[in-house]
Design a protein around this ligand. Structure first.
Ligand code: PEP
Ligand code: MN
Length: 339
């Protein structure tokens, strides 16, 4: 059920609707918009009779939702969500650039990359302290020590920190040191982790699963939102296909596909999306051209010596040039209209 309030509905009208929803044992999610507030109802096992709400003061209409998702939907919120991270935004007018190494390897490496990221004008720094590696013998990340290095980057350069939480205990640690919680492709359907992230005060960057359909990905975002955290950013990072010329196949069509259904910001990861450093700039430019709200890019001061994902890391110089190029593209494209 989606309850759309009239544009002149008062706070009291909205509160009265929320109270009725709560009294029915369900959850009311208020989504204030530019012209009106909508209230999404979750927790109801079956359809709710719209007549419960239709005659209440301030209610424009009560609509049954037939799609599997409610809160991520443009029906609930026709204008785009702008995720605010302090004074930086994702989904606003500015292109959000999140750059940094795959993994925090040492203080020296991390600060060297951070300096270049800051100089490029980007507002966000990435770097994993907990790494989901295919092999148990591969570098697993520095853990809390890595988070402390990231906190130093935040302190020194004023960059917002985006870092992955692989489990609930890690998420609690990430909450102490970071600004955005990254949930990785391999965890996109870790439902207990999604629910825990739904209780966080921090925004969530939700990577698309390696073989996730659009609906599965959007429903994963719905899990986070259903718990009350509405600050979710979707990230297209490539899916597994038969292609052998790339690590993953970057599905750029996902960007307009998400845009058609959801108000959530969507960014593109050309690093995991290709796995090859020589392709990163081309696909980053393409990602911005198809209307992404931002990019997440792996950068290393010494890609040849990287402990994780070196083959897809671009150098500091290549990154500096790319940041300028994608900004220029972002300036000339008109935002994709919602259709
Ligand atoms: C990463 O960002 O380094 C990462 C592990 O990404 P993904 O979950 O998309 O593989
Ligand atoms: Mn990586």
């Amino acid at each position: 059920m989606l309850i759309v309030m009239k544009s002149d509905a008062t706070e009291r009208d909205i509160e009265a609707v929320v109270r009725v929803v709560n009294d029915m044992g369900f959850r009311a999610h208020q989504m204030p918009g530019a012209t009106r507030t909508a209230i999404g109802v979750t927790g109801n096992p079956g359809a709710i009779d719209p007549t419960h709400f239709e005659n209440m003061p301030g209610v424009a209409e009560a609509i049954r939702v037939t799609k599997p998702y409610k809160l991520i939907s443009l029906d609930l919120r026709p204008e785009k969500t702008v995720v605010r991270v302090g004074d930086a935004t994702i989904g606003g007018d500015e292109l959000a650039i999140i750059a940094g190494p795959c993994a925090v390897e040492s203080r020296a490496q991390t600060l060297a990359v951070a300096e270049a990221v800051r100089r490029s004008g980007a507002r966000f720094f990435r770097g994993g302290a907990f790494k989901p590696r295919t092999s148990p013998y591969a570098f697993q990340g520095l853990g809390e020590e890595g988070l402390k290095i990231l906190a130093e980057v935040r302190e020194t350069y004023g960059l917002k920190i985006v870092t992955e939480a692989m489990d609930e205990r890690g998420l609690e640690m990430v909450e102490k040191y970071a600004d955005v919680i990254q949930l990785g492709a391999r965890n996109m359907q870790n439902f207990s982790l999604l629910k825990r992230a739904g209780h966080s005060r921090l925004p969530v960057l939700l990577k698309r699963g390696l073989s996730a359909t659009l609906d599965e990905w959007l429903l994963a975002a719905e899990y986070v939102m259903a718990e009350g955290n509405y600050n979710v950013v979707l990230c297209e990072r490539g899916i597994r296909t038969f292609a052998q010329h790339t690590r993953n196949t970057l599905d750029l069509a996902a960007v307009p596909a998400v845009r058609r259904l959801s108000h959530l910001p969507v960014i593109v990861d050309p690093s995991h999306g290709t796995g090859k450093s020589y392709m990163v700039a081309a696909l980053a430019r393409a990602g911005v051209a198809v209307g992404a709200d931002g990019l997440i890019i792996e950068v290393h001061d010494q890609p040849d010596h990287a402990l994780c994902d070196g083959a897809q890391a671009i150098t500091l110089d290549a990154y500096t040039q790319l940041a300028a190029e994608v900004r220029a593209i972002h300036e000339v494209i008109t935002p994709t209209p919602v259709v």
